[in-house]
Design a protein around this ligand. Structure first.
Ligand SMILES: [Fe+2]
Ligand SMILES: [Fe+2]
Length: 378
């Protein structure tokens, strides 16, 4: 007989502790475990991420083990009771035995679950120990098996708190989940109203979302901070819709000490100005984010990994109209971010020279710097 475990909960977001509990249940003899995010219970504040996003994060997390699956069974209405879920699953999986997986923290309240007696008759409980909770807490009438091991001390709340600080919560998220969050702006403030307030239109908004997703993916691939990459991508062009006159006014207001060539070009000035706006008006103080935003137009000497990630994400996001060299830069970005940055800078130089414009010495020095870095590594 097939034995199927259900791991429910808000999963807002799913974290490594959930996967660890699911693995422990599988090791205890289950054939598969369903990750089943639930609707917000009536007595709890609304989930931070939508049901669709929570489900998708579970799908990504489930890639870790072929015996893990994702189910929307607990998203069927406003209130989902386990006592109703179990027979529905029995219908979906005829002949299977359903096992409910729960943390030891749930034990003290288990007998108050809706129609607990009927639920206890319908399924067995696998309980994973949690730090600070008694896994041997008796629950009259319930069939309980305590799983071995102790679940890591992690909660969705503690993960969210770290994400808010643009900390990647390393080791606490299943592979790929952090990238998905950053690519979609989950667990971060909604910056769209601020972008609209600065006059961002539909087309540039689409570019912005493309840069956010690309920056998150590049950061994950190249070991740069992923959440910071997402936020930098979202805000990098906040100053771009402003007329040059207004940009210059704001640059003076924020005492940006910039070369004349930058002050005279909206294409260059919107980078450093965006960093000032993000710092002083939006209140982001993360130096990594501010640096990446500031130099996404001009580049700089000694760019950090995140600086390079945003620089290239801006150049290759999927909505970019084709330009000479784009496919080569995209290909390079997969494996060698430095090579991609160098190609992109050289392309900009060639473009500027071809139009008979002056090319700054500073930029040439950056190109030489990137070449030197590249040679040093080979
Ligand atoms: Fe830009
Ligand atoms: Fe951009």
């Amino acid at each position: 007989m097939q034995r199927i475990g259900v791991l429910g909960g808000m999963m807002d977001p799913v974290h490594s502790g959930h996967i660890q509990a699911a693995e422990a249940a599988l090791n205890a003899g289950l054939d598969r475990v369903l990750l089943a995010p639930c609707q917000t219970p009536a007595h709890r504040p609304a989930a931070l991420a939508s049901a669709a996003h929570r489900l998708e994060m579970c799908r990504i997390a489930a890639r870790a083990d072929a015996r893990l699956e994702v189910s929307d069974i607990e998203l069927r209405g406003d209130t989902c009771y386990a006592v109703d879920t179990v027979p529905l699953l029995s219908q979906r999986y005829p002949g299977a035995q359903i096992v409910w997986i729960a943390g030891a923290d749930k034990l003290p309240s288990l007998s108050r679950w809706y129609q607990a007696e009927a639920l206890f008759a319908a399924c067995e409980f696998y309980v994973f120990p949690r730090p600070g909770y008694d896994a041997a807490c008796p629950v009259p009438g319930a069939r309980i098996r305590v799983l071995s091991g102790t679940q890591m001390d992690v909660s969705s709340g503690s993960v969210v708190e770290r994400l808010r600080r643009l900390d990647d919560a390393e080791g606490l998220l299943p592979p790929g989940v952090g990238r998905y969050m950053a690519a979609n702006g989950l667990y971060q403030p909604d910056y769209e109203p601020a972008l609209l307030q600065y006059g961002m239109g539909e087309k540039r908004m689409a570019h912005t979302l493309g840069v956010r997703a690309t920056a998150a993916a590049l950061a994950e691939r190249h070991g740069a901070p992923v959440q910071a990459a997402g936020v930098a991508g979202m805000l990098h062009d906040i100053a771009k819709p402003l007329p040059l006159e207004r940009m210059r006014e704001l640059a003076l207001k924020y005492r940006l000490n910039l070369p004349e060539a930058v002050m005279n070009s909206g294409n260059l000035l919107h980078g450093p100005l965006a960093a000032a706006i993000v710092e002083h008006e939006i209140g982001i103080t993360d130096k990594r984010v501010l640096s990446a935003i500031a130099c996404h137009t001009t580049g700089k000497m000694g760019m950090s990994m995140l600086d390079k990630v945003l620089y290239i994400a801006d150049a290759i996001e999927p909505g970019r109209a084709d330009y000479p060299g784009l496919s080569e830069i995209r290909a390079a970005a997969e494996t060698d971010l430095d090579a991609a940055v160098l190609m992109s800078m050289e392309r900009t130089r060639d473009y500027v020279l071809a139009r008979g414009l002056t090319f700054s010495e500073e930029y040439q020095r950056m190109i030489e710097d990137m070449k030197r870095q590249k040679e040093e590594r080979t």
